[in-house]
Design a protein. Structure first.
Length: 498
């Protein structure tokens, strides 16, 4: 009864339901509480939607370590890349109005848009932007804790290398979703943030949801991000996704996101009013791109799907004979997941404020099991084992790198000779500076690292943001005995002449 009363306080059950508590709800609540404990979550919130109603919505843990404020169903968390489905729906609304067509070239709406391959620039379509098949490798260096404006991020998309031929494969790509948001602005006459606020949040009654991290300023019920540093959860700083907002900048609660889930389950309708045409809603969920195992989630080891695809803002797989539409969201210290089985009018949404709390996947599948009927697996325990093995593999790779270090070497030059500015069209400028008799690296106003000598002319960048770990930086010495370039984060940055 204690569990039931907690749910009732959140306003997620009706008076009639109050007379006969649903045993499925009580069992799911107990399972979630145990999963929160097993995964060491700081704060977590979950909502379940069935047949158009929110039948469960509850928070667990706290908003911030060291403070008593509880995480509840109305606590705001970063929803990360579950934002992408909203951007796809926004494009769908403009398709319905005849202002955009799925297979129009991007340059029709963004004349200055340019990619590294002229053919791809000419041929890439709106649909390609939403399905991660534009042929580009990851370009997150353009925005992650960087100082580039949204306009500069899109301008420099022309420097993102090709990773495969247009539409021939799948590589997850946030910058292309930023371009989709720019199309929303160009076709509608209002910024993407204003569009989703007025055309999605408002009609759905998502009164607490904000479009960007900046929108959380002044809000009281907001979760803080956390990361395990040396095995101990600690509060860290938020990483704004605002420079590529349409890819993942929204902050919301499970109460509000349950409304979004119900809307998407109900063919894009809210209170009987259609915000999307049925054909457009179906197109969002239609498989568009095959996703290879390397581009999918480790949960596949347990669910063993027969196929994995991507729609428009949705990963897709089969599970227990049902087609699942789902997506995660991940940004420093925050995780999210949404999972829908529209044919069963079932949806689940999970938010948490500690990095790598993959209880989100476990709770999604547990909710599916609970409300589909039939046997329920202990997904939390099984996924814990999977992710512990992944962690062990990472530790093994780190140990291997340590063994390859050559002891007793020295840098070829005096430390001052390595200082300077290094640049690359995609990466931008990196400053190598001398600080208190050692070297430091400045990538942006938010990214600074101390450089520790590793071996020969390779140093290890140890980020001030400890949760970002370390990265090798190798200096290239030219024939004249001076530094010509650095190799860093997969890029070669040439030295800028003084």
């Amino acid at each position: 009864m204690k569990t039931f009363l907690a749910i009732l306080t959140l306003g997620t059950v009706t008076t009639a339901a109050a007379q006969t508590p649903d045993p499925k709800v009580a069992a799911f609540d107990a399972y979630t509480a145990q999963a929160v404990k097993d995964w060491g979550a700081v704060g977590l919130a979950v909502a379940v939607v069935k047949d158009g109603k929110t039948i469960f919505a509850k928070g667990y843990g706290v908003r911030e370590l060291g403070r008593p404020d509880p995480a509840d169903a109305n606590t705001l968390f970063a929803i990360g890349s579950t934002t992408k489905a909203m951007t796809a729906a926004a494009i769908g609304m403009l398709v319905d109005e005849g202002k955009v067509r799925w297979d129009d070239p991007v340059t029709k709406y963004l004349p200055g848009f340019e990619l590294s391959d002229p053919y791809v620039t000419r041929e890439v379509t709106v649909r390609d932007l939403l399905t991660h098949r534009a042929g580009l490798v990851n370009g997150d260096v353009l925005w992650y804790r960087n100082d580039n404006s949204p306009a500069e991020v899109l301008r420099r998309a022309r420097f993102i290398p090709s990773g495969y031929s247009l539409r021939s494969s799948f590589i997850y790509q946030n910058v292309m979703y930023a371009a989709a948001g720019a199309i929303v602005a160009a076709a509608s006459g209002m910024p993407w943030t204003r569009f989703v606020e007025t055309r999605i949040f408002g009609p759905l009654g998502m009164t607490s949801t904000v479009a960007t991290l900046a929108g959380t300023i002044g809000k009281l019920n907001v979760a803080a991000p956390h990361f395990r540093i040396a095995g101990v959860p600690r509060v860290i700083t938020n990483a704004a996704v605002d420079p590529v907002a349409p890819a993942g900048s929204v902050w919301s609660s499970v109460t509000d996101m349950a409304k979004w889930a119900a809307f998407m389950i109900d063919s894009g309708r809210v209170e009987g009013h259609a915000l999307l045409k049925p054909s457009t809603w179906a197109e969002l969920f239609r498989p568009q791109t095959m996703v290879p195992p390397s581009g999918f989630y480790p949960s596949r080891e347990l669910t063993k799907p027969h196929w994995t695809t991507y729609g428009m803002g949705w990963f897709q797989q089969d599970y227990r004979g049902q087609m699942v539409q789902f997506h995660t969201g991940s940004i420093d210290g925050m995780v999210a997941i949404i999972g829908l089985i529209p044919e069963q009018r079932l949806g689940v949404y999970v938010l948490a404020n500690l990095d790598h709390v993959e209880a989100r996947h476990a709770l999604m599948y547990r909710a599916f099991d609970t409300w589909l009927g039939g046997p329920a697996r202990d997904w939390s325990t099984e996924l814990l084992a999977v992710y512990r093995e992944i962690g062990a593999q990472g530790d093994s790779a780190q140990a291997k790198a340590e063994r390859q270090r050559v002891p007793g070497t020295r840098p070829s030059l005096a430390l001052e000779a390595y200082a300077g500015t290094y640049a690359d069209s995609l990466f931008g400028r990196v400053e190598i500076v001398t600080e208190n008799g050692a070297l430091g690296l400045r990538q942006s106003s938010q990214l600074h690292a101390a450089l520790e000598h590793w071996h020969f002319d390779t140093f290890r960048a140890r980020w001030d943001n400890a949760w970002q770990g370390t990265a090798p930086v190798t200096f290239e010495i030219g024939a004249g005995g001076t530094v010509q370039a650095i190799r860093f984060e997969g890029a070669r940055l040439g030295r800028v002449p003084r």
